[in-house]
Design a protein around this ligand. Structure first.
Ligand code: SAH
Length: 227
């Protein structure tokens, strides 16, 4: 069974409309819908915004449904000229750009305890998702995706994330899901369609393009299920 997590309804509702034989459970306020998508077993969840909701959701999904892989799908801000609105970023690794114990001499982004900054996405899953996006003719880049509990909307913060992590896209959930998957040894990948430029114009871009970008990510997940 493949687990599919999105943060928001707009990123999940049309995907769910293609599911069959569905059964629903609500656990800790999160609705899990299990069923088939393009003939494959899936469990889907809309986790809510930010790293705490994302971690709660991933851990609960793993414990209740034991998915063999988890995909985090949705939208993100771009951190590179190579990805424009509607393009797709696929994670090779995830980082948390807002975890910072650097005052104690640690590098920015270090997850103390496991002592890592980057957590690797599953190479096979990541490769398959990129290949699918390319077959669909969607502009795609693979690289580090950065998460944090903030909507990135300034050139300064964007530059900070690029300088520290060489990330290609920023969002608010993927690395939390990645950390939970890492702890539970569940392969994962984050795929995000670009909704905004993560700079001074992102507060304008985002409401304009979120729906279109969300549909792009849904289309890729459906296509992946058919492969
Ligand atoms: N109150 C709003 C918050 C949306 S936050 C709401 O409930 O709709 C934006 C969402 O899109 C997050 O889930 C995040 O993962 C993603 N996202 C898109 N562009 C982003 C950016 N520039 N910075 C951070 N997250 C972004």
């Amino acid at each position: 069974m493949i687990g599919i997590i999105a943060a928001m309804n707009v990123e999940m509702e049309s995907l769910r409309s293609h599911m069959e034989n569905t059964e629903t459970d609500v656990i800790s306020g999160i609705r899990f819908v299990r069923g088939t998508l393009e003939g494959k077993e899936v469990v889907t969840a809309v986790c809510g915004i930010g790293k705490v909701f994302a971690a709660m959701c991933a851990q609960t999904m793993i414990m209740h449904y034991t998915p063999d892989r988890i995909i985090n799908t949705g939208v993100a801000g771009t951190l590179t000229d190579k990805l424009n609105i509607g393009s797709i970023a696929v994670s090779t690794a995830v980082v948390q750009h807002d975890i910072d114990t650097s005052a104690l001499g640690d590098p920015v982004g270090l997850i103390s305890g496991i002592n890592k900054i980057e957590l690797p996405a599953d190479r096979l899953l990541s490769g398959q998702l990129s290949a699918c996006a390319k077959v669909m003719g969607i502009k795609t880049e693979s690289g580090v995706i950065a998460s944090g509990d903030q909507f990135v909307a300034s050139a300064e913060r964007k530059a900070f994330i690029v300088d520290h992590f060489k990330a290609i896209a920023c969002e608010m959930e993927g690395a939390a899901i990645g950390q939970v998957c890492y702890a539970n040894k569940v392969p994962f990948c984050v795929l995000r369609a670009i909704s905004d430029s993560a700079d001074g114009s992102s507060h304008m871009d985002y409401p304009t393009f979120v729906k279109m970008a969300a549909e792009q990510s849904v289309a890729l997940v459906r296509r992946f299920m058919r492969c």
